[in-house]
Design a protein around this ligand. Structure first.
Ligand SMILES: *Cc1c(COP(=O)(O)O)cnc(C)c1O
Length: 416
């Protein structure tokens, strides 16, 4: 029977095979035709501890027995309360207010609405958002507006709101800092960026010192600094948050993906007292007007609490450090035909082929098929191949991943 499913970011007209995955375990996915696929991109950056971590699975089962779902306006429940306290503790206490939603995109939409509400309620409405070049913040209209423009949002481009774009930091980042400084003098409503790593933009890294300097400029000008840690959070860059490496606390922090260990959807947007207090009054018109049906779903909150228990009680930091070292060694051993080999924490990337020709690079589908034939879930961004596995991946699976990348580098060194 043909499928009725319309898949995301998929051109069905190319008739590429779509594996039917029946179960997962650790870093592996198993298909209906008996294949074992290595999940080298954590099922699109979400799975942190591996598929079906027993603690998270058990927490979900237990919560499903007590409270499944409840309206979150005017009602609350223990997992949401406990999780909010845990998130405040984990982020150092400077972001004492936790707003729940259910995806990375909604976490970002909420962050933007918090910043705009902050200015309106202070009686100084501001609307211009600053962003970092090559950024990605989601696929809803608001998050596309603050992200890079390209073929993926060309159909909607006229509807996207205008933003101020700060150049991506190269070298010492001075051009970026100068542009930010100038833009901050124009009284923008906020700066939103991905700290240390621009994911969908091509796994582009920049130094912690530049992140710290950008945060400082925003603080000096009183411009709310929004850190989108939807991907970079939960250990990917080597620390719990990428901001930790720069000693930076944002005014607003977006979390999702690894928040539940990547098992069920949930997001949280954390805010400072100043952002929250701007919405606090006896006037109902000043409240934050946002909700999703599944805001703070109890089962999702229970999964997130289990994830935090894993962070508190299992040697997650050691696993991350080990994975980082293993990635580094294998990256260094790749053939010279790989370009721009780079790594940040558990994320490794390099560029294949002779040139960079963007997201629709003809190399991308060829690489995708090349890796699929070798039972590897790798999904190149244009000609950039990156490895972002669950922290439990073992040496054999990593060897398999890197052997295939090395082979692909040689096979496509001169193009298709
Ligand atoms: C994935 C991602 C998002 C969007 O998250 P969804 O859950 O897919 O909506 C937002 N920001 C960043 C940095 C991301 O990587």
């Amino acid at each position: 029977m043909t499928s009725a499913v319309w898949h995301p970011f998929t051109q069905h007209g190319l008739n590429e095979p779509i594996p039917l995955v029946t179960h997962g375990e650790g870093a592996a996915l198993f298909t209906s035709d008996g294949r074992r696929i290595v999940d080298a991109i954590s099922s699109w950056w979400v799975t942190t501890h591996g598929h079906r971590h027993p603690r998270i699975t058990a927490a979900i089962a237990a919560q499903a027995e007590t409270l499944d779902q409840i309206i979150f306006a005017g009602y609350t429940h223990p997992p949401a309360e406990d999780l909010a306290h845990a998130l405040v503790r984990l982020t150092g206490g400077e972001l004492p207010h936790v707003f729940y939603s259910d995806s990375g995109s909604t976490a970002v939409e909420v962050a933007l609405k918090m910043a705009l509400g902050y200015w309106l309620n202070r009686g100084e409405p501001r609307h211009r958002i600053l962003t970092l070049e090559h950024g990605y913040h989601g696929d809803t209209v608001g998050t596309m507006s603050v992200g890079a423009r390209g073929v993926y949002n060309r159909a909607y481009a006229p509807l996207l709101f205008d933003v101020g774009t700060i150049p991506f930091p190269h070298g010492d980042g001075q051009a970026t800092l100068d542009a930010l400084e100038a833009a901050c003098r124009e009284k923008p409503a906020a700066l939103i960026l991905e700290p240390l790593v621009l994911g969908a933009g091509g796994m582009l890294f920049y130094p912690a010192s530049t992140l710290a300097a950008m945060r400082e400029i925003c603080a000096t000008h009183g411009v709310p600094f929004i850190a989108d840690e939807v991907m970079s959070g939960w250990g990917r860059t080597g620390t719990l948050l990428a901001c930790d490496q720069a000693g930076v606390t944002p005014d607003i922090l977006c979390l999702s993906k690894g928040l539940t260990g990547g098992v069920v959807p949930l997001a949280a947007t954390l805010a400072t007292g100043a952002i929250y207090d701007a919405h606090l009054s006896r006037n109902r018109a000043d409240m934050l007007f946002h909700s999703s049906s599944y805001t703070a779903n109890p089962i999702a909150c229970a999964a997130a609490l289990a994830n935090i228990a894993i962070w508190d009680e299992e040697p997650v930091g050691e696993r991350i450090a080990l994975l980082a070292a293993r990635q580094q060694a294998r990256l260094a051993a790749l053939p010279a035909s790989t370009r721009n080999r780079r790594r940040l924490g558990t994320i490794a990337a390099c560029d294949l082929g002779p040139t960079d020709d963007g997201y629709l690079s003809a190399l991308a589908p060829a690489l995708l098929a090349f890796f699929r034939e070798r039972d590897l879930l790798l999904r190149p961004l244009g000609s950039t191949v990156y490895v972002m596995p669950p922290y439990c991946i073992d040496e054999d699976d990593l060897d398999h991943v890197y052997a295939a990348i090395g082979e692909a580098a040689e096979r496509f060194a001169n193009g298709l």
